[in-house]
Design a protein around this ligand. Structure first.
Ligand SMILES: Cc1cc2nc3c(=O)[nH]c(=O)nc-3n(C[C@H](O)[C@H](O)[C@H](O)COP(=O)(O)O)c2cc1C
Length: 194
């Protein structure tokens, strides 16, 4: 299976990168082809501009967007790894969606209404956050995040959401807790793509 891993974090020492490393190793060990797009490392420009929209409407999608769209087209499955920042995804990932998930590429409106054009692909999402897990679960924040990203972005674009896993209290987590989280990452990847 061809698997695209998208990382949204500026710090290579972050827990986000630790998760992404386990995802990559687990997929490679299972024989999958893996391509990693570390949005900060590649310096992805997340700001949708009027020049972008003019070019896209004219059928001349800017090169940096076309490159990312080609990776998505290539992939059978996508894993997205990001921390929760201000109850959403980091701006670089939101801007990646803004610029790459364009009309005519990720979705379109036809005679039967809206069509998700990335259908046939799965997406697996890992999100870490600072609040303890039970706090975000009990206040409905996990449901809110699932609604806005799983429903509003991934399923909207036709992707099948395999799972969206949250890890709480990451900044204060013990080494043991972190090891447990990473073991859970490995098991989740193996369960869906092993
Ligand atoms: C800009 C910023 C915004 C944040 N907003 C939230 C938030 O809304 N909710 C939360 O629980 N944690 C929040 N955090 C904490 C991060 O989610 C947490 O530090 C991160 O998941 C730890 O993983 P990392 O090592 O990959 O950064 C925020 C952190 C930063 C830097």
């Amino acid at each position: 299976m061809k698997h695209l891993v998208i990382i949204a974090h500026h710090n290579a020492e972050s827990f986000t990168h630790a998760i992404a490393g386990i995802v990559q190793n687990t997929l490679s060990a299972a024989g999958h082809e893996v391509v990693v797009r570390d949005l900060n490392a590649i310096g992805f420009n997340p700001v949708l501009s009027s020049a972008d929209t003019v070019a896209i409407r004219a059928g001349q999608t800017p090169e940096d967007i076309r490159v990312e769209q080609a990776h998505l087209t290539w992939a059978d499955a996508v894993t997205v790894v990001h921390p929760v920042w201000w109850t959403g995804m980091p701006a670089i990932l939101k801007g990646y969606i803004d610029r790459v998930f364009t009309y005519g590429f990720a979705y379109a409106y036809g005679p039967n209404g809206r069509e998700g054009l990335l259908a046939g692909r799965k997406v697996l999402v890992f999100s870490s956050h600072g609040h303890p897990d039970f706090v975000y679960r009990d206040m409905g924040m996990h449901d809110a995040l699932r609604l806005t990203s799983d429903e509003g972005i991934w399923r909207f674009s036709g992707l099948e959401v395999a799972d969206h896993v949250f890890f709480g209290a990451v900044p204060s987590a013990s080494a043991e807790d972190r090891a447990g989280y990473l073991a859970q990452v490995k098991q989740t990847v193996q369960r869906h793509f092993g």
